[in-house]
Design a protein around this ligand. Structure first.
Ligand code: T46
Length: 134
C-alpha cells in the first residue's frame, strides 16, 4: 500500500448544546506553520473539481468545516484518496499535486496557508510538475 503523504488531522470541536458548534484550529497544535492567509471555499456543485495543481513553496492545511469532499494527492505516485468529513483536515506540503472533488451540497472548506496569494507559486500543468519532481 502507498505511504500516505499526510494523515488526516482533526479540529477541536466544541458542541455548545443547542446553541451551535465551535471549530478550533491553533497554530502548532493543528497547523505546523505560521498562517499568513485564510480563505474559504463554498458553493461547489457535485461535479466541481478544484485544486488540480501543486505549489512550489506554499504549505496549506485544508479543513472540511461542513459536509464532505474527497481529496487525492500525488508526489510521484498517487496516494489513494481521503474523504474528509466535518472537522477533519489534511496538511498539503509543497510539491504535492492535489485534486478535490465529490463535494457534498453543503460542503464548506476552510484553508490556512503559509503565504499570501502568489500565482507564481502555482504549478498548474501536470507534465511540468512531473518534470520538476525529477
Ligand atoms: C489550493 C486549493 C486547496 C486569489 O486571487 N486569491 C486566493 O487567495 C485564492 C485561493 C485564489 N485566488 C484566485 C486565483 C484564481 O484565479 O481565484 C481563482 C481560483 O483559484 P485556484 O485555482 O487556486 O482555486 P482552487 O480552489 O482550485 O485552489 C485553492 C487554492 O488556491 C490552492 O492553493 O491548494 O484551494
Amino acid at each position: 500500500m502507498a505511504k500516505k503523504i499526510s494523515k488526516v488531522i482533526k479540529l477541536q470541536e466544541i458542541i455548545d448544546g443547542n446553541d451551535g458548534l465551535i471549530q478550533v484550529a491553533e497554530v502548532k497544535k493543528h497547523i505546523p506553520f505560521n498562517v499568513k492567509r485564510v480563505y474559504f471555499i463554498s458553493h461547489m456543485g457535485y461535479h466541481s473539481i478544484r485544486g488540480f495543481h501543486a505549489h512550489k513553496k506554499l504549505k496549506q492545511a485544508i479543513f472540511c468545516l461542513r459536509g464532505n469532499f474527497e481529496i487525492e494527492m500525488y508526489d510521484g505516485k498517487w496516494n489513494g484518496s481521503n474523504v474528509l468529513i466535518r472537522g477533519e483536515g489534511i496538511l498539503i506540503p509543497p510539491m504535492i499535486w492535489h485534486v478535490m472533488r465529490n463535494f457534498s451540497d453543503d460542503c464548506f472548506i476552510g484553508v490556512f496557508a503559509s503565504s499570501v496569494y502568489k500565482e507564481s507559486d502555482y504549478i498548474r500543468n501536470f507534465h511540468d510538475f512531473k518534470r520538476m519532481l525529477k
